[in-house]
Ligand binder design. Structure first.
Ligand SMILES: C[S@@+](CC[C@H](N)C(=O)[O-])C[C@H]1O[C@@H](n2cnc3c(N)ncnc32)[C@H](O)[C@@H]1O
Length: 341
């Protein structure tokens, strides 16, 4: 069949031109031989208006018209998630049956279709329609394509979680942290998860370490209810959901915890007093916070040091890592420290 042969470096602009003019035959596969790319042409008259048409383009791109044999294209090719989207490195989140994209409204449909076709379990695609905000750290979502369902059934590190994405915070991007902390929990220990959400930290720790006695404290009534259901779903009776404000609930757990998890990066520093009060001597605290790309660790350590020195106790830094980028200038980090009383 008739084809346009162009140098590989010019292939993208030639493809864009042919698509625009409906001259590319999508029933056949484009292929490359060495530095040349062969584009199958549809059955139009390619020789009229040579200066404007393919012949003109071929000339401009230093390519030429030729006869070639092509392999048939797949019937339903799965489109790649558009390159511009991957490039923006904002990626997308997969919460089992729901995918969350972060695209402009104009591009959302195109991205959503590609994400859905590339991920067989996805039935619904929504886009972020605002920032995480408020005391419950929730976000607004706009439906893009698929079933209008907002209840995610999401599996992570051998556990299962069900929750309405509109009513609670949840981030798949913390899965590594949850595994890291669950793996670190060994033997009999009391674990306090402050700001527990629907229970991912608490449940993963309780499932991994059946000897751990875990509590998860949560202020958002919906998230608390979902945590209770998730504890049942996962058969983790060694985890308990507690509804309430950390500031108040912690009073019942003075000198109780061997491990404290503080996943509220927006304002963990405002809860150091609660962590210190719950901690036994030797307790390990997992402290999440946001900070400048170059200064986050030093700033957070200075704050922690200052707080404990005022208290007359000590914090020994044991570990730190960047958890994820947060904005153009900020990152989320975690610092693990040991409390010496
Ligand atoms: C960033 S989310 C983390 C949720 C969960 N740990 C996770 O990783 O998915 C913080 C959670 O803390 C809860 N929260 C905020 N202030 C609180 C407080 N004073 N006491 C208890 N929970 C609080 C919010 O409702 C929200 O669910």
């Amino acid at each position: 069949m008739i084809a346009l042969k162009v140098e590989a470096k010019n292939a993208q602009s030639a493809i864009a031109f042919l698509k625009k003019k409906s001259l590319l035959d999508r029933g056949f596969k484009i292929f490359r031989k060495g530095q040349l790319v062969y584009l199958p042409l549809s059955n139009k008259n390619h020789s009229d208006k040579p200066e404007k048409g393919i012949a003109g383009l071929a000339k401009r791109l230093g390519g030429e018209m030729t006869e070639e044999r092509f392999r048939k294209a797949d019937r339903n090719p799965i489109p790649a998630v558009p390159a511009f989207y991957e490039k923006a490195s904002r990626g997308y989140d997969l919460l089992g049956n729901i995918a969350i994209i972060d695209a402009e409204p104009k591009a959302a449909k195109k991205v959503a279709k590609a994400v859905m076709l590339n991920n067989k379990n996805v039935e619904t695609v929504v886009r972020k329609a605002g920032a995480v905000s408020g005391k419950y750290r929730t976000r607004k979502y706009a439906h893009v394509i698929g079933r209008r369902n907002y209840t995610a059934t999401y599996r992570e590190n051998g556990c299962i979680f069900e929750f309405d994405i509109r009513k609670t915070f949840f981030s798949q991007r913390l899965s590594y942290e949850r595994k890291r902390i669950a793996d670190a929990s060994r033997g009999k220990e009391n674990v306090m998860v402050m700001f527990a959400g629907v229970g991912p930290f608490a449940i993963e720790i309780a499932k991994h370490n059946r000897l751990a006695n875990v509590i998860g404290i949560e202020l958002n009534r919906y998230a608390y209810g979902a945590m209770k259901r998730n504890i049942e779903l996962n058969g983790t009776a060694n985890a308990e959901a507690i509804y309430g404000d950390v500031r108040k609930e912690v009073k019942r757990y003075e000198n109780w915890a061997d491990r404290v998890v503080m996943p509220l990066p927006m304002s963990s520093n405002a809860f150091l007093e609660e962590a210190a009060s719950a901690a036994r001597n030797g307790c390990r605290v997992h402290y999440y916070t946001f900070g400048g790309k170059d200064t986050a660790f030093e700033d957070a350590k200075a704050q922690i040091r200052e707080f404990f020195s005022k208290q007359g106790t000590r914090a020994r830094f044991a570990f730190g890592r960047e958890v994820r980028p947060y904005s153009a200038r900020e990152i989320e980090i975690v610092i693990d420290f040991i409390v010496r009383k």
